[in-house]
Design a protein. Structure first.
Length: 169
């Protein structure tokens, strides 16, 4: 089963081995259900990590792994990715999908005109923004008014573009 990114490890927090976990869509309870993760560093090195604690802290989560005791050991994880086998993730629920399930899908208008491929999802204060690469890059707000349908089986996201969006350079 392929590994998917659950989040990115940020800087160490405090002196007890906690690190910030950024870009994660799982709750602390869901992280505990998964429990065992693969950490991949920037140079490609990997190690298995077992979750000890996870707690919310403002807009991110703070996590600690078994065997990571202290700031120095926690700092060694900074800038790494936290991964898990996709089949071990909890069901996101009806009408919801994980980011990794959306990246790479074809994006088209409701009438079937191809716009490109979803390359990235950028978190903003208001709502996520889809980065779509086609003939040119489009930044599409991921709101219910714009994203009309996501069909994972067909690999398509249908959107209703706001007026003038394609003219913005």
């Amino acid at each position: 089963m392929p590994l998917v990114v659950v989040g990115r490890i940020g800087r160490a927090h405090g002196v007890n081995g906690e690190v910030a976990l950024d870009g994660v869509s799982l709750t602390p309870l869901e992280l505990h259900e998964v429990n065992v993760f693969t950490w991949r560093g920037r140079a490609g090195e990997e190690r298995t990590l077992k979750l000890a604690t996870a707690r919310p802290a403002h807009t991110r989560l703070l996590v600690r792994f078994e065997g990571i005791a202290g700031r120095d050991q926690a700092s060694a994880l900074t800038n790494g990715e936290l991964l898990v086998e996709s089949d071990r993730l909890p069901d996101p629920g009806p009408g919801t999908a994980y980011t990794f399930q959306l990246i790479g899908l074809r994006v088209e208008t409701e009438d079937g005109r191809a716009l490109g491929t979803l390359e990235d999802i950028v978190a903003t204060g208001a709502h996520p923004v889809y980065v779509v690469q086609g003939e040119r890059e489009l930044l599409i707000p991921a709101t219910p008014e714009v994203v009309r349908r996501v069909d994972l089986a067909a690999g398509v996201i249908a959107v209703a573009l706001p007026a003038g969006l394609e003219e913005i350079f």
